[in-house]
Design a protein around this ligand. Structure first.
Ligand SMILES: [Zn+2]
Length: 318
């Protein structure tokens, strides 16, 4: 009787041990399965370091999926971290990085993103396209984005000699805004005068062709825009002077300082700022202003970006 009881107890102990072992095995199995199917494991297997994995796990899904679906890419994280990174440009960024790596092994990702966004990874007047005219006053015109062929804007009006030197025309919106700006400046004892406004296709062509004949194409491109690639042909751009100054001297006038602080309030931006020559494609021009409308001009001014950069990121991203 006693013997039988002990036997039953033994059997129960074995059964219990067996059950515990099975449970442990199941847990180990689940853990192993979880580990090998985990994102961390997959990323590690692709080649990402622990630090990179931590970053990727915190990144947006698009970045993480890009990492999971492709071979190891050490440029992925620094590129996607750039403020003005645009997904549709991803392959172009990579191409530009590879091009730069042939010359140097230090990559300035911010510069790569900036330049590719404004198409500056290509030479001027190559890879050009027609600009999107639906943007109206916000159209982008530069050495990559042209106006429609032999473009003639609507609503071009004559500017009164009260505001300008010579026979100048502007698009109506820009003119109305300029008048307001002129009067506001006058109240601060500042006189701003329009020196150049709308230029026709024909005039732009004549000017450009003349330079090309006198010098060569490269030199001509440096000093004049090609026809259909000039902002002046939109009727939305104007050159401003004040009494007794011209061109480069304008930068040192009170009128220029006033415009720096106030132009955006009337819808104008300084289109070719200092230090941004390799983005805009133009030398610094303290006198050249572009009408965008109050709201957009203020946004562009506050962003600290050139219009080329602003347009790429905020108006043309998708
Ligand atoms: Zn100009």
């Amino acid at each position: 009787m006693v013997y039988k009881k002990r036997n039953i107890r033994k059997e129960r102990v074995f059964a219990l041990i067996g059950i515990i072992l099975v449970i442990i095995l199941i847990i180990v199995g689940i853990c192993t399965y979880k580990h090998f199917t985990s994102t961390e494991y997959k990323l590690g297997k692709i080649g990402y370091s622990e630090k990179e994995i931590t970053t990727l796990l915190k990144a947006e899904d698009k970045v993480l999926n890009k990492a999971l679906d492709n071979e190891y890419d050490k440029h992925l994280i620094p590129l996607t971290k750039q403020k003005y990174f645009i997904w549709k440009n991803f392959d172009k960024y990579k191409k530009e990085i590879n091009k730069r790596l042939e010359k140097s092994n230090k990559i300035n990702y911010k510069d790569v993103v900036t330049k590719v966004n404004v198409k500056r990874n290509y030479n001027y007047y190559t890879h050009t396209e027609k600009t999107n005219m639906d943007k109206e006053n916000a159209i982008l015109v530069n050495k990559y984005y042209s106006l429609p062929e032999k473009y003639k804007p609507e609503n071009i009006v004559d500017v009164s000699n009260w505001y300008s030197y010579g026979n100048i025309q502007l698009k109506k919106d820009a003119y109305e805004a300029f008048k307001k700006m002129f009067n506001a400046a006058k109240k601060d004892d500042i006189t701003i005068i329009i020196n150049s406004g709308y230029r026709t296709y024909e005039i732009q062509k004549e000017t450009y062709d003349q330079y090309k004949t006198w010098y060569d194409e490269e030199y001509a491109d440096g000093i004049a825009a090609r026809p259909d690639f000039s902002e002046h042909q939109t009727g939305l751009a104007l050159d401003i002077i004040t009494y007794n100054t011209k061109g480069k001297d304008f930068e040192n006038t009170d009128a220029f300082k006033w415009l720096q602080n106030n132009a955006h309030k009337y819808g104008f931006i300084l289109r070719y700022p200092k230090g941004k020559e390799d983005i805009t494609g133009y030398s610094y021009e303290s006198w050249h202003y572009r009408y965008l409308g109050k709201e957009l001009a203020t946004k562009v001014k506050n962003s600290g970006l050139t219009y080329d950069e602003y347009y790429a990121y905020y108006l043309d991203k998708e």
